[in-house]
Design a protein around this ligand. Sequence first.
Ligand code: CO
Length: 325
Amino acid sequence: MPLVKTTDMLAACLKGKYAVGAFNINGLDQPKALIEAAEKIKSPLIVVEPGVIEKYVNFEDFALVTRRAARDAGVPVSIHLSHGLSLEQCERAVLAGFTSVMYDGSKLSFEENIENTRKAVEFGHKHGCAVEGELGALGSSFVDITETMTDPEKAREFVERTGVDILAVSIGNSHGFYKGTPHLDFERLAEIRKAIEPYPCYLTLHGGSGISEEHFKKAIAEGIVKVCIYTEMCSEGRANAIRWYAEHPDYTGNYDTCDMTAEILKGFVAYETKCAEMFESAGRDEVLPDLLNAVPVNDRLGPEYPSAAALNPDFKGKGIYWDKF
Ligand code: CO
């Protein structure tokens, strides 16, 4: 299945009253693992590169690997940039073939945030890419800024003046691990939803790690269709790697780092699967006819993968490396 537009995926969520997980990656082995896990439970997913890791994973490599994995997948996949740090960075993600980008101007003044987000929307839409904006600052494990929650009336003005397709809201949600139980302001969320109802804009919840299933379901009932997940996936991956090394204290095999990476990936996909079940996106791989071929193949991204040579059983290069051990 080719990639689908993020907004088409979110439209299907709204119609079916479920949310889709937007899963952050920090390595190029993760997109394929996340997509394969989603296929097992027949769930659509958004594979996300956060702007802060671009120095480790460049956009073109990420888009290439993810688009190729998506092409062979049996579930709808879209590619998203989260927390784009500058307009220039968002533009690079758009040109690399992402299907949606977030410009994060939440730390700017209201007017500056509107001005920059509007520019990001203009550029994104020119290239068929959806754009997410953020209004109201999120808390984090390090900073408590619950007084900066999204104001519904300002949200209406922000959406109207920027034309964003997706709005990230601050309703008590927080990045990283929560200090204690998170308290989400569902009344505020309902007010925001009502305020932006006249506009074609979807709501997203950042800081999904640590929110209970009950609260996810309430948030989805109030219109959240995209939930960002990262911390808990990393945490499970790390715990798996630590446990595996404790169980293999004398391990010196040549596959050492491969085995460790596999354990980390198992942790990532275990939490992804749990989320897809909580968000009720599992089993929602139905493809609306108008989603098929929604996103044209980007010819700039090079040859098909896996290559014809690698698929040929007589290919001489096959197994050369692994056969050494
Ligand atoms: Co976020």
